[in-house]
Structures are given as structure tokens and as C-alpha cells.
Design a protein around this ligand. Structure first.
Ligand SMILES: NC(=O)c1ccc[n+]([C@@H]2O[C@H](COP(=O)([O-])OP(=O)(O)OC[C@H]3O[C@@H](n4cnc5c(N)ncnc54)[C@H](O)[C@@H]3O)[C@@H](O)[C@H]2O)c1
Length: 322
């Protein structure tokens, strides 16, 4: 298949793009290398993941309607996977506009271009954050009306647009709700990268709350496999959680890193943010049933993969701005 991946230099986008290439698909990417976090991480992914796998990509912005429509018109993909986003939960309080521009207007531009070019398959990255304080484990058919951040709100709006374009124009849509994705070359604005960096470098580990909050950490290789498994489906409209079904306390993650690195964290506690929930936990029976998907990387292996990556890249990763 010919597949357009937005956000191809991102953490998840770079993995999805390379996996698609490995499976014989023709991939075109778009990414604006936004400076939402240190751009050196994106440069690393381009150099080490996209280039060696010959992923063709353009430096472009999905909020720019004309370039999105000419990209889709010229490439004529069979499917679009929209992973480009402004993605930080807490940061979305500071600049909600960019979240709406990228996540809502960007998605709208892509859907319009798909409609005009006759592209009938669209996959959207949404988030466990849309569940807010729902009853756990979070199931796809839960009401999602207890949002806690502009980020979650922008993703819900993007989901609504997808449902609308499915209804009006028959575009087949899969919405994925990802749960705390982590792995090698992970986002430096997320906990796992930071914890590893702080513990390895002996810097104070900044912890919001008391560390008893739980996250359903999901390895990027599992997430990429789940997304790729859905590209050739014709579901009408569907929503699928990709999580590990195994919530873990942040304190346990810190313990695991400490034992791998052989150092003790110097923890500084901060207030628990209003944008955060105490726990996330995915019901993944739908992914199991529809995609024959199962998470394969357990937390122990996954944390080791992050520590290994960090140690191999320590000379520059220790300089990344957090
Ligand atoms: N990482 C997670 O834990 C997680 C959890 C839930 C959902 N998600 C979603 O998964 C997707 C990928 O997340 P990620 O962790 O890889 O984030 P990421 O920030 O690493 O990747 C997003 C990419 O999109 C690019 N981008 C941003 N704005 C753009 C624009 N206007 N035009 C073109 N490109 C643009 C960025 O440069 C970046 O490379 C996002 O939609 C995110 O909201 C991620």
C-alpha cells in the first residue's frame, strides 16, 4: 500500500514508518520538526531510523492547507496515518492554541484533502487522556466528557471530525487511543526518558505527587505493530485502545531504573497537576479481537531498552533540554 505518515520524525511516527517499510509498503512522511521538545531527538530519528530505511519525507506543516492537499493529491496514498500532533498534556495549558491548530485544524486539513483526492482510509492517533477520570479499565465505548486538559479536548475534537468524515464521505477510520508510550529515542518531555536521564546523570528526579500514580506503560514497538496491523482494514468507524493492560506505579518504574543503572534516585517532589489522573488502565479486548494484537514487551524489557538506548547515546542525550 501507499501510506502517508504524518509526524514521521516523531517518537511513534518514526517507528511506524520504518515498520511499514519493512513490511513492503511505500511510505511518504511529513513532519515540521516542531520545537515542542529538543529537536536533536528528531534529528537522531531521521538519521538513524528514517534515512537508513529510505523513508521519503518532507519538512512540512499539516496546518498548511495547500501543502497538505498538494501532498495528498500528488502522492495519492491508499491510507493516511495521522500521528503529527502537539502532544504534551501539561504543556497544553500554556499554549492551547497550538494544540487546536495542530490536532484539530491539522486533522481537518488532512480529512478534507483525503475527501478531495478520494483517499478512503484514515488512521488517527488519539489518547488515553480523553478518558479523564473514567471508571477503569478504560473501554472504548465509555463516555468521554470529563476532559482535564486542552490536549485531551483537542484529541476528542479530532475524533469527532473523523467520525463526521466517515458519516458524510465514507472515509474508513480507525481511531487509536494510545496509553503512555515509551521506548528507545522516546520523548524527552515524558517521564521515562527523564527518569532514566536524571538517575544516570545523578540529577534531581522531579516527581509530581508521591509516585503512587499508575500508568499503563506501552512499548513503542507494540504500538507500531498495532497501528500497522490496522492499515488495510475497512472498519467504517472504529476506536481501539492500544495499552498494555498492566498499570504500574511510577515508584516501581523508578525502582526498576535504579536497579538497572545501579544508582539511587535523588527525588524532589512537586504538587500533583490538575491535568493528570492518578491512574490509567486500558481494556484491550477490542485490539485483541480486531487486530489479533497483544502487547509483547513487558515493563522490565521495555525499561531496559530505554536504559540501553540512553547509554549508547549518552554523549549527546545528557545535553538534551528537558
Ligand atoms: N507518546 C505517547 O505516550 C502518546 C500517548 C497518546 C497519544 N499519543 C499521540 O501519538 C501521536 C504521536 O506521538 P509521539 O509521542 O510520537 O509525539 P512526537 O511529538 O514525538 O511526534 C509528533 C510529531 O509531529 C510533528 N508535528 C507537530 N506539529 C506538526 C505539524 N503542524 N505539522 C507536521 N508535523 C508536526 C512533530 O515535529 C513530531 O515529530 C500524537 O498524535 C500523540 O498525541 C502519544
Amino acid at each position: 500500500m501507499k501510506i502517508l505518515v504524518t509526524g514521521c520524525a516523531g517518537f511513534i511516527g518514526s517507528r511506524v514508518s520504518t515498520l511499514l517499510i519493512e513490511q513492503g509498503h511505500e511510505v511518504r512522511g511529513i513532519d515540521n520538526l516542531s520545537d515542542a521538545y529538543d529537536v536533536r531527538m528528531k534529528d537522531w530519528r531521521v538519521e538513524n531510523l528514517l534515512t537508513p530505511n529510505s523513508v521519503e519525507w518532507v519538512n512540512g506543516d499539516i496546518t498548511d492547507r495547500d501543502s497538505v492537499s498538494s501532498l495528498i493529491e500528488n502522492f495519492k496514498p491508499d491510507a493516511v496515518i495521522n500521528l503529527a500532533a502537539s502532544a504534551g498534556v501539561r504543556q497544553s495549558i500554556d499554549n492551547p492554541w497550538v494544540y487546536y491548530e495542530t490536532n484539530v485544524t491539522g486533522t481537518l486539513n488532512l480529512l478534507e484533502a483525503c475527501k478531495d483526492a478520494g483517499v478512503s482510509r484514515f488512521l488517527l492517533a488519539s489518547t488515553s487522556s480523553v478518558y479523564g477520570k473514567n471508571k477503569m479499565p478504560f473501554s472504548e465505548d465509555a463516555e468521554i466528557d470529563s476532559l482535564l486538559s486542552p490536549y485531551a479536548s483537542s484529541k476528542k475534537a479530532a475524533e469527532d471530525l473523523c467520525r463526521l468524515y466517515n458519516y458524510l464521505f465514507d472515509i474508513d477510520v480507525t481511531v487509536f487511543r494510545f496509553f503512555t508510550v515509551y521506548g528507545p529515542s522516546g520523548r524527552p518531555d515524558m517521564s521515562l526518558f527523564r527518569f532514566v536521564r536524571w538517575i544516570v546523570e545523578g540529577e534531581p528526579l522531579q516527581l509530581n505527587g508521591d509516585g503512587t500514580q499508575q500508568r499503563d506503560f506501552t512499548h513503542v514497538d507494540d504500538v507500531a505493530r498495532g497501528v500497522v496491523a490496522a492499515v488495510n482494514r475497512s472498519p467504517g468507524y472504529e476506536t481501539i485502545n492500544l495499552g498494555s493492560d498492566s498499570p504500574v506505579e511510577l515508584n516501581a518504574v523508578i525502582d526498576e531504573i535504579e536497579s538497572l543503572v545501579g544508582k539511587t534516585a535523588d527525588i524532589e517532589h512537586h504538587p500533583f497537576p490538575a491535568t493528570d489522573v492518578m491512574a490509567t488502565w486500558a481494556n484491550i479486548s477490542r485490539a485483541r479481537e480486531l487486530l489479533d494484537w497483544e502487547p509483547r514487551v513487558d515493563l522490565k524489557q521495555g525499561v531496559a531498552s530505554v536504559v540501553d538506548w540512553y547509554m549508547e547515546n549518552r554523549d549527546w542525550a545528557k545535553e538534551i533540554s528537558l
